[in-house]
Design a binder for this molecule. Sequence first.
Ligand code: SF4
Length: 117
Amino acid sequence: MRRIRPEEVERARRDPRLHDATEYRNEVIRGAYRMSGDDWLRQGNCADAELDTMYPEPREPVDAALAMCAACPVRTPCLVRALEARDRHGVWGNTAPRERRAMIEVWKEVNPLAVGA
Ligand code: SF4
């Protein structure tokens, strides 16, 4: 697996999806959101998707999965879950694995104690 380059991390730092995830996490901590556990997962657009679609082989396109995520009502909690779990595989929260690997580097500053840190 190719190492994440510093410019990818800097791009991730400016990514609005990451900003939304950070804000969502802060709102959960403040108690503004009541969604807990994995309740949100049942509302995901990928609930009936093939596993291969959401977990394409390396170098296979992720477009179909990202198209599903783009209109998904729970894409932000989904991304938070993936970042908290340091999940570097598959498509989660409207991010491709490599994009998310860069986001995880930034997220470690947001929550250094998350699972998989
Ligand atoms: S954001 Fe994508 S991976 Fe997450 S629940 Fe929605 S469709 Fe599934």
